[in-house]
Design a protein around this ligand. Structure first.
Ligand code: NCD
Length: 312
């Protein structure tokens, strides 16, 4: 398969073609096998990744680092910019220029929308967006779409429920758009309180090729869903803490709500679960993938992505 991602940035899922997805997913299958059989290889030997996380992260940060290391690459891991010259007032542009001199790729998370794109303007090496404020989270979407398409290889049509904070949740912004690039027909249920609705531009975009049902009631969507993707209300994006407190526990998915669900439904969440939006009683339920497939696939997808960006 032709690799058109070599040397390229990944700041939004908009730049990905269906053929890119096919390449990344085929490599992801191989990376999963490689990890189980040998732990890794040295395909990224001599390459260095700089991980510049201006905002907290558990999984994205550590899975990217693990991915680099399992493929024999080196790391500059900055989880938070404390103790760097950013504290002395160094500009974002200078920080990017410095690390792009040391490393072969930059993985950037930032609280402001558009900063990874801004980095591409001054970086000498490829930039990957690891989450930009309430903007996008392309690598989370890659792992989520991979998880969905591998779970339902034979289904031509899927009903996907995205629930929770669709306004500020960057994972669902990227996921909704990336699902359109698969060969499946997607029916979307967008479930949120009115104040946390999916941004208008994204809804317009997905409506062009998919049916979209919008509601504030999760219960209305349970019985028809193949995928229920829950999200955390994004506390850090609220200006008014009282508003967050009002909305944080708007949804709670539990066993009783799932009694009407399809037998083969899958339950997903990008994590962290912060306000019990999925009850802990579902953590070990066979339908729940958030502490299983999504984590494993997140590592393998990031291994695949680093490989295609750094190797021709
Ligand atoms: C998400 C994020 O950072 O956007 N976490 C992650 O990367 N898996 C979701 C969230 O924080 O709610």
């Amino acid at each position: 398969m032709k690799n058109s991602l070599f040397g390229q940035d990944l700041t939004t899922v908009d730049s990905l073609e269906a053929s890119d997805l096919a390449l990344i997913f085929q490599k992801t299958d191989r990376m999963k096998k490689l990890t189980v059989e040998k732990g890794g290889d040295d395909s990224l030997k001599g390459k260095i990744g700089a991980f510049l996380f201006f905002e907290p992260s558990t999984r994205t940060f550590s899975s990217f680092i693990t991915a680099m290391q399992r493929l024999g690459g080196g790391i500059i891991p900055l989880n938070g910019m404390k103790n760097t010259s950013v504290e002395k007032g160094e500009s974002f542009e200078h920080t990017v220029r410095v690390f792009s001199t040391y490393a072969d790729c930059l993985i950037i998370r930032h609280p402001e929308v558009g900063y990874p794109t801004k980095a591409t303007q001054v970086s000498a090496v490829p930039v990957v967006n690891a989450g930009d404020g309430p903007g996008e989270h392309p690598t989370q979407a890659l792992l989520d779409v991979y998880t969905i398409v591998r779970r339902f290889p034979d289904k031509k049509e899927l009903t996907v429920t995205l629930a929770g904070d669709l306004k500020f949740g960057r994972t669902v912004h990227s996921l909704a758009k990336l699902l359109l690039k698969t060969d499946k027909k997607i029916n979307f249920n967008l479930v949120s309180p009115e104040m946390l609705a999916m941004p208008y531009e994204i809804t317009v975009k997905i409506k062009k090729s998919s049916s979209v049902f919008e509601t504030s009631k999760l219960s209305e969507t349970i019985s028809v869903s193949d995928v229920i993707y829950m999200t955390r209300v994004q506390k850090e994006r609220f200006e008014n803490p009282a508003e967050y407190e009002k909305l944080k526990s708007f949804y709670r998915l539990d066993k009783s709500l799932l009694t009407r669900a399809k037998k083969e439904v899958i339950i997903m969440h990008p994590l962290p679960i912060a306000a019990n939006e999925i009850s802990h009683e579902l953590d070990d339920d066979p339908r729940s993938l958030y502490l299983k497939d999504q984590l494993k696939n997140g590592l393998a997808v990031r291994m695949a992505l680093l490989d295609v960006i750094l190797n021709p």
